[in-house]
Design a protein around this ligand. Structure first.
Ligand code: CA
Length: 234
């Protein structure tokens, strides 16, 4: 759910009680959230497939138990935070404590301000986790690349790379298993549309192979795909 022009966060509200769902949905919209409300676990699972930034989930649903819905949501949309609505604190302890899939809970009757604060915190944490993943470590075979720290390793040994070699390795490892065309690599690493020679690229690939201990005639890491580009072997 990343978008260059950040839209309003989308909340899937799963609650069978109209007396709670209707005012809560209205309040969430007032506070800048996009909201869709469904009233059953089955609908929640069907709707979640289309994506959501967070799920507010009632524990007591008419068809599937809220704990089971939370569990299935974990598999279906990993990383999407679930805020559980429960009738009693004792239930909430079980739901959150057993790692059933809920990230946090509020107990009914809840104060709107508290629900909003918890929802904000969950969305912030999910956003941070996503950011860390996007900026984080890539790996293929025994090669690891930490993009945030701009460091790379083969096994336990850190590789000493120039800036361009690092960018090239990060791009290749991040797309391990797929062929990257020369044009795409030139565009991403050298920030240029290259219509002529890609000698610079060939030189950097050759240096990178040497540092990886790779043999150009029988490469274990970087394979040349003739007439197309390069592939890092997964
Ligand atoms: Ca209910």
């Amino acid at each position: 759910m990343t978008d260059a022009t950040r839209r309003e966060p989308f909340v899937l509200l799963v609650e069978d009680d109209d007396g709670i769902a209707t005012p809560l949905a209205a309040a969430l919209r007032t506070h800048g959230y996009g909201v869709e409300r469904v009233a059953t676990g089955r609908q929640a699972l069907a709707r979640a497939r289309a994506g959501a930034d967070a799920v507010v989930l009632d524990l007591g649903l008419p068809d599937i138990d809220g704990v089971e819905v939370a569990r299935r949501l974990r598999d279906l949309v990993p990383g999407v935070p679930v805020l559980m609505l429960t009738a009693r604190t004792t239930e909430a302890d079980v739901v959150v404590g057993l790692d059933a899939g809920a990230d946090d809970y509020v107990t009914k009757p809840f104060r709107l301000a508290e629900l909003l604060a918890r929802l904000r915190a969950l969305l912030r944490r999910a956003g941070e986790a996503r950011g860390a993943e996007e900026a984080g470590t890539l790996s293929a075979q025994d090669v690891r690349v930490d993009r945030a720290a701009r460091r790379a390793w083969r096994g336990d040994e850190e590789l000493e790379l120039s800036a361009k070699e690092f960018d090239l390795l990060a791009l290749l490892v991040g797309s391990a298993g797929t062929v990257l065309t020369r044009e795409r690599i030139m565009e991403q690493v050298w920030d240029t549309n290259w219509f002529g020679s890609t000698k610079t690229l060939d030189m950097h690939v050759s240096w990178l192979r040497r540092k990886l201990g790779d043999d150009a005639s029988a490469p274990r890491y970087v394979t040349t795909v003739r007439g197309v580009g390069f592939r890092f072997e997964p």
